[in-house]
Design a protein around this ligand. Structure first.
Ligand code: HPA
Length: 251
């Protein structure tokens, strides 16, 4: 039995190498999720997990069926959801390989299915999204990072449409808007979780300086290749510390 905690992991699920206990093919009213719903075991705790880009990483950010992913996890009993995703670092001094827990987001995506559209009253139709990430879950992730000795950035996650990376001028604009980091998958995942009453927080891994921000003008893909393994190793360590706290009574 898994508890009420779930994971959606982007590129890098294989780096986490969780033990897969069960794997279930599910359907939702919104279509098929990106992967089977996996029950994975981390730190002797079982939790439901979906690979956001598919287990073979073939689904690009703009083509992910976010509604099916979130609904499938909800149907599996998930009420606290941690999204793991890779981001580009915008803020000065934010180095690839560093972990981040965004506390706000700005949505620059377009044309994604971003609501379950089932709300027949004011509150569910216009969900309160003042705080897009659950503060208790964010605090728990931050506590686990401290316990592991990992430094953690906070800040604003700018969600771009992709799949292309940004231009340098777009990154300048994101910074003027107050974004600390940029990625492509926090939305509509975060708001869909909110619509279903799931507490949601993100654990982001900076894998490159955002476009135009590398001090040595390193090519972005070279930076990503260099830092993704270390970054995901930090995520794995953090989850090992976090899950026993979140799932105290579960096995
Ligand atoms: N931009 C958008 N998404 C990303 C980046 C980036 O630089 N790096 C990893 N995901």
């Amino acid at each position: 039995m898994s508890g009420d905690v779930g994971l959606i992991v982007g590129s890098g699920l294989t780096a986490l190498a969780p033990r897969i206990v069960t794997s279930e093919s599910v359907a939702t009213p919104y279509g098929t999720p990106s992967s089977r719903v996996l029950t994975v075991e981390i730190a002797d705790r079982r939790l439901a997990c979906i690979a956001r880009h598919g287990t073979d990483s073939t689904i690009p950010p703009h083509a992910v069926n976010y509604r099916a992913n979130v609904r499938a996890l909800h149907d599996a009993g998930v009420r606290r959801l941690i999204g793991v995703n890779l981001v580009g670092a915008i803020e000065a001094g934010f180095e690839p390989g560093t972990l981040a827990i965004p506390d706000q987001l700005i949505d620059y995506t377009a044309g994604r299915e971003s609501s379950f559209g089932e709300g027949d009253d004011l509150e569910t139709r216009h969900v309160d999204f003042t705080e897009p990430f659950d503060p208790i879950l964010r605090g728990a992730i931050a506590g686990a990072a401290v316990a592991c000795g990992h430094s953690i950035r906070r800040g604003v996650y700018g969600v771009t449409q992709g799949p292309r990376l940004e231009t340098a001028a777009e990154v300048d604009r994101l910074e003027r808007d107050g974004c600390t980091m940029v990625g492509m998958t926090a939305m509509p995942e975060a708001v869909l979780a909110r619509e279903l009453g799931i507490d949601y927080a993100l654990l982001a891994v900076a894998v490159n300086h955002a476009a135009g921000r590398s001090p040595g003008a390193a090519p972005i893909h070279a930076e990503i290749e260099r830092s993704v393994t270390d970054g995901m190793a930090r995520v794995a360590e953090l989850l090992e510390a976090l899950l026993p706290q979140l799932l105290r009574d579960a096995v």
